[in-house]
Design a protein around this ligand. Sequence first.
Ligand code: CUA
Length: 441
Amino acid sequence: MPFHLRLRRPGTRKAGAAALTVGLALLLAACGQNHPDSIFHQRTDFNRDVDYLFKILIWAGTAVFIFVEGILVWTLVKYRHRPGRPEPEHVHGNTTLEIMWTVIPLFILILIGIPTVKTIFKTQAKARGDALQVEVIGHQWWWEFRYPQYNVVTANELYLPLGRTVNFTLRTQDVIHSFWVPALAGKRDLVSNHTNYLWYTPDSTTASAFNGACVEYCGASHANMRFKTFTVSLADFESWAAHQAEAAVGAAVAPQPAPPTGTQPAPPAGAQASPSKPPAAPATQVAQAPAPVTPVVQAGFVAFPREQMPPHTVPQTPLPANLAFDDNLLGKGDASNGAKLMVSQGGCLGCHGIKGNPMMVGVIGPNLTHIATRTTIAAGLFPNDPRHLARWIKNAPEMKPGVAMPTLGAGEYDPVRKMKSPMNLTDQQIADIVAYLQTLK
Ligand code: CUA
């Protein structure tokens, strides 16, 4: 008696078809959505080259799939079992067929291979000589960005001019990380004791903000090692870089008492640019305080406007529920006292640098020279505002697992060092430090 195996009952088949329909509908719905961080945006030469390659592969692959599956389905239907039919003829060896299925794949491989090798050589080649140089240094868990041509050192926020090729020099301070701005180009690793390079040219005509991330597992806060990339016009970039290269106006606030109000009227607009001598001081005026820090760029672009940031680039990380701070103190802090606390009780000078503040020369942590111009703190994890900044200073390890920044708040428990913090900053003192940091525009 012939044995017929029924693979599925009719009910199962219907359920399977329904599941497939729902699955396809969901997939199509997902494809139709706006994916701002997708790699398929055409915003750089790099992404266009990869997209061209991707299209060749996907179309060639689709053609092969349809051809092979077509033959399979045709064979299944034509030679299916029917009652009373003899078994189809079994074929052994067919020279014409064998030559065909060797030669056709060979042509397909050549078709794919030529543009692939071309793209590899192009993207691995050296960048053009006049490229903007950006040194990317990975740290557990934050990004250092250096612009040697502009004497700028910053952290976690990358500014790129539209239409100018940028050449990234990728290095790491500790373990392997990987640098990726999906909407702009492919990823590339930061490898210990080795330098990698990556270059591309942002070609979009609209300035925008993009998410970047570390994409090589690097420890407890790998997922919290993010950064922002801003593409801005060439003029705005030059203005930003000139501003970043200078000390922030408020950097050296600590030792200078404010002059009594009313004795010294502000110079009229444009007076600073005038080559003529400044107006003579009134005879009654007492001895001048030492010359203030040279004012930086007064007008022009200094930071990407926060209100123009696309919503998906604004971090939504919730604050830990058990980390309390008296928010009433914020906005009333004493910036001058905050600057002093950073070099005394806070111990911030051990890790952080602030250009224009001779005491703040640390290099282990992110450079804070223009921290108030940044949109995020903690490597893209939280928005940069007094509320988050205060809690970050009070107990950073509570907000970011494994972070090197110690707990500074009085009586707080440090979950990284597994002990009660030896530091003892009060909420008022933290509010003072926040006030100082807010002046570093
Ligand atoms: Cu750095 Cu993952």
